[in-house]
Design a protein around this ligand. Structure first.
Ligand SMILES: *[C@@H]1O[C@H](CO)[C@@H](O)[C@H](O)[C@H]1NC(C)=O
Ligand SMILES: *[C@@H]1O[C@H](CO)[C@@H](O)[C@H](O)[C@H]1NC(C)=O
Ligand SMILES: *[C@@H]1O[C@H](CO)[C@@H](O)[C@H](O)[C@H]1NC(C)=O
Ligand SMILES: *[C@@H]1O[C@H](CO)[C@@H](O)[C@H](O)[C@H]1NC(C)=O
Ligand SMILES: *[C@@H]1O[C@H](CO)[C@@H](O)[C@H](O)[C@H]1NC(C)=O
Ligand SMILES: *[C@@H]1O[C@H](CO)[C@@H](O)[C@H](O)[C@H]1NC(C)=O
Ligand SMILES: *[C@@H]1O[C@H](CO)[C@@H](O)[C@H](O)[C@H]1NC(C)=O
Ligand SMILES: *[C@@H]1O[C@H](CO)[C@@H](O)[C@H](O)[C@H]1NC(C)=O
Length: 779
């Protein structure tokens, strides 16, 4: 059989720590004991009230009123009485140095005042950096994934981890491994893209880096893999595959969880809001226990999403009352409640002490949280200091890593030869569009996009680089929402700027907004809470684009958003160059300028396929063969079958251009017997830089079994490697794929049978960019 090389479990692992002398009578205070022993000891000393209190927390400790942080003691105490497991930082536009003293005080109070001195653990979302303002602002997750550079990502996560530690946050609500297969989903910018393997590689790295142990053996920052599990649309195609069963959950939606959970052991997991097969995840015992725990092997704490337990009786109506919902959820396997404000639902369990099953499940739930607290050193480590915080946030090296990340995250989708521009020969440049002068970082970023202190927008970067006189800025339109606005004065202004300059750069997108409470969510067309009925540029941006293209002036289009937009041939044919920069970091503007001027050679690749029409999806490259059947003859503009409407999407998963050119050749795949008598496929290829300058190429390996027990996608990514190649040089790339990795789940069992396989190696998932080789694998 196969050898398993699983990392030792963090849970229950003893670690060498310095003992705190003095209190030998209380084992839970003994830092030398393993976390699970300390947790058991403490549990034995807790009252029912103590235990119920640990099931929830206070998500939003500090708000902001009139530009100042504001702490409401009355509201805090009301919640604290019944929910005191964790504490959140509150409003994200507060500055770290304002929030830290307040949160430190609350934490110290809880240690001093609570009967058993049980500390909170500080918890926060952390997508492109720390939750509150003042840290290093990275690009969004889909941007970072577009780098296809897992080592660089590890550096970025290390920065995000250390900045979290510096403000005392030791539990983050990431990574999000939901798959961005549906372009309508407003949250795609928070995800790693449409592919399970890519997401799983990035998420494994994220968890390993965050949960690294410090010199004393404490886990630096606990992670939460989420949201187990979300589905995806079926596309309305006759004969298309139907989804919902166990093979879909384990091979598609759950696939990005397997490796992170087995190898990196995230300490917690968040259940999704979704109902799978009519059963909301919060009460879905089958998916939480039989599948997640028993098959996937998850051992950490399972938490709810915000308000999810409440939705059981307010929306799904699968519970009669708050207490009914709480009982059903804890019986299904939820162990902790994430609640943005108010009373929470698990607090109602205070009246369930006579229910033996609840009593024992509640003990398990409290133990799960206490273990995270002990593993992360909450009982033993000192609170963070303002001095350390200031020395850590936005360190020079952190900013450099961030800039490096931006340099590799931007994807060039088209270049007719206009780029790179030559600085010395540039006249004026028109910089146009409602996204040209903001940092569009996404709603989970602590980014006041209108504040110039937050890095440089593309416009500001261009002005700095070329001089303000050389940049003709025109917003073009402020209509970024669906509107009947026919006023095109500002569009005309942009057209004039384009004509005056002779070169136009348009920055269009979605997701604009600041986190000022007075404007929150009132101008967004992307991110959580939004789905896209129309994938063209929202508001009057489409008219703006057409009007500028109609001038015939050379035009560069930069997309700025978590989402993808339609790029029909009519647009592509008239646009000189096209980029997607996804959700910005603070250096996205600077790096776009470096790229336009050729100082940085772009190397990002799409992690999401760009759809060709609003109705033509699923669009992800790894569709099932039956998704592409059921049509008669060629599809037209009005109907479709995968993968072609009027053309197959050229801008597919894995695609992205460079200023140099590469040739991937000499592709071989051979089966070999390796360590532990396992079989493996050895894939090799050479990458030759056939252009004039150094660049990076992402070599991608896809595969498919010829015959399988269940229907398998037309191809799946199985390995990738980003390599730097000097002009004229050739670099050899080797991959080893253990036979085991080529398997799939059938009704919960992993099947890796050997047999005939096709492998493809190349620079994107487009067939024209791939070389096929076949290999036969014995058992
Ligand atoms: C031991 O712990 C108890 C309870 O936390 C505390 O009251 C006592 O002061 C501690 N004793 C020492 C020597 O630290
Ligand atoms: C503080 O919270 C309490 C309880 O929720 C509320 O009644 C009061 O209005 C709040 N005070 C302020 C200044 O917001
Ligand atoms: C940024 O990237 C450059 C080029 O790869 C490298 O030399 C430099 O060390 C990187 N900076 C950091 C802080 O990692
Ligand atoms: C955002 O920045 C602008 C410009 O500096 C400022 O006027 C506004 O108050 C800021 N908003 C918040 C919530 O900090
Ligand atoms: C546009 O006009 C139509 C017809 O008057 C109206 O129903 C619709 O609400 C308007 N849309 C917007 C976004 O104002
Ligand atoms: C194949 O490999 C040889 C050297 O082993 C190299 O010279 C040649 O450029 C490679 N061909 C391609 C297409 O990469
Ligand atoms: C290795 O595996 C093959 C095929 O399963 C088997 O025939 C052979 O005996 C194994 N060798 C060892 C040393 O286990
Ligand atoms: C791989 O197998 C397919 C059919 O299974 C065949 O069409 C193709 O020519 C083979 N390719 C190579 C390089 O052998």
């Amino acid at each position: 059989m196969y050898c398993w090389f699983l990392a030792a479990s963090l849970l229950g692992a003893a670690s060498a720590r310095v003992a705190t002398p003095g209190n030998e009578t209380l084992p839970y205070l003994d830092a030398a004991l393993p976390a699970h022993e300390r947790a058991r000891d403490l549990l034995g000393r807790m009252t029912w009230e103590d235990k119920v209190g640990q099931l929830g927390g206070i998500r939003r400790a500090v708000s902001r009123v009139n530009g100042e942080p504001s702490f409401n003691r009355t509201a805090f105490e009301q919640t604290r009485k019944t929910q005191n497991g964790q504490v959140g930082l509150g409003f994200q536009m507060n500055w770290a140095d304002e929030v830290l003293p307040i949160v430190n005080e609350l934490r110290q109070e809880q240690i001093d005042d609570s009967r058993l001195h049980i500390p909170y653990i500080t918890i926060a979302d952390s997508v492109n950096g720390i939750w509150v303002s003042g840290g290093t602002l990275f690009p969004g997750t889909n941007a970072m994934a577009s780098s296809w550079n897992v080592n660089l990502y590890a550096q970025a996560v290390e920065v995000i981890r250390d900045e979290n530690l510096a403000i005392g946050v030791q539990w983050v609500l990431s990574p999000e491994v939901d798959l961005a297969k549906d372009p309508r989903n407003g949250r795609n910018g928070e995800m790693y893209g449409e592919d399970a393997y890519l997401a799983s590689e990035f998420a494994t790295q994220y968890i390993k880096t965050m949960q690294e142990q410090d010199d004393d053996g404490w886990v630096k920052v606990a992670t939460t893999i989420k949201h187990w599990v979300y589905g995806q649309g079926s596309g309305g195609v006759n004969r298309a595959s139907m989804h919902g069963g166990i093979n879909h959950v384990l091979n598609d939606l759950g696939a990005p969880y397997i490796k992170p959970i087995r190898e990196a052991k995230p300490l917690s997991l968040m259940a999704s809001y979704a109902s799978v097969d009519h059963v909301p995840l919060s009460v879905n015992r089958h998916l939480l226990q039989d599948v997640l725990r028993d098959i996937v092997g998850f051992q950490g704490l399972i938490m709810s999403d915000a308000n999810a337990i409440e939705y059981l009786y307010t929306e799904s109506k699968v519970a009669r009352s708050p207490m009914d919902a709480a009982k059903k959820a804890i019986k299904a396997g939820l162990e902790h409640e994430l609640h943005p404000g108010g009373h929470g639902v698990f607090t109602t369990l205070i009246d369930a002490e006579d229910d033996e099953e609840i009593v024992s499940l509640l003990d398990e739930s409290v133990l799960a949280l206490l273990q995270i607290k002990f593993l992360t050193g909450q009982f033993d480590k000192p609170l963070p200091t303002i001095g350390d915080m200031k020395a850590t946030l936005r360190k020079k090296e952190h900013l450099e890593v961030n800039k490096n990340m931006s340099r590799e995250s931007i994807v060039m989708l088209q270049n007719d030869g206009l780029l790179p521009l030559t600085k010395g020969h540039l006249g004026k440049v028109a910089v146009i569009g409602p996204y040209a002068d903001i940092i569009n970082a996404g709603m989970y970023a602590a980014c006041n996009s209108t504040d110039p202190a937050y890095g440089s927008s593309f416009r500001r970067s261009m002005e700095r680089e070329l001089g303000a006189d050389a940049v003709l800025y025109a917003q073009g339109t402020n209509s970024i929402l669906p509107s009947n606005d026919t006023d095109d004065a500002s569009i005309q202004e942009a057209v004039s700027a384009a004509k005056d300059a002779g070169l136009a750069v348009l920055v269009l997108g979605s997701g604009l907004g600041t986190f000022d409470p007075s404007t929150v969510n009132n101008e967004r067309t992307d991110q959580e809470g939004f789905a896209h009925a129309d994938l063209s540029f929202p508001g009057q941006q489409q008219q703006l684009l057409e009007a500028v293209l109609d001038t015939g002036i050379p035009t560069i289009l930069i997309m700025s958003s978590g989402q993808n937009f339609l790029l029909p041939d009519s647009i592509l044919a008239r646009t000189s160059a096209v980029f997607h920069s996804f959700l910005s970091g603070e250096f996205t503007g600077d790096v776009l300028v470096e790229i336009l001027l050729g100082e940085t050679n772009p190397s990002g690749k799409l992690t999401v396929t760009i759809p060709e029409a609003n109705g033509a999806f699923p669009v992800a490259y790894d569709f099932l063969p039956s998704d592409d059947r059921g049509g008669f003859g060629a599809a037209t503009k009005y109907d479709w079958h995968w993968p072609q409407l009027t053309r197959s999407p050229a801008l597919r998963f894995g695609y992205g251009l460079s200023y140099t050119s590469f040739e991937i050749g000499n592709v071989t795949a051979t089966a070999a017997r390796g360590a532990c008598n396992t079989t493996a496929v050895h894939v090799s290829a050479s990458v030759t830089n056939t252009g004039e300058r150094a660049g990076q190429e992402v070599v991608q390996v896809y595969y498919r079994p010829d015959v399988s027990v269940i229907e398998m996608p037309v191809m799946k990514l199985i390995r990738f490697s980003k390599v730097e190649v000097e002009a004229g040089d050739t670099v050899q790339v080797e991959f080893v794929v253990p036979g085991r990795d080529l398997g799939y789940f059938v009704n919960g069992d992993w099947v890796a049978d050997g047999g005939d396989y096709a492998f493809w190696v190349g620079s994107s998932s487009r067939l024209e960019d791939l070389t096929q080789v076949n290999v036969t694998l014995s058992h």
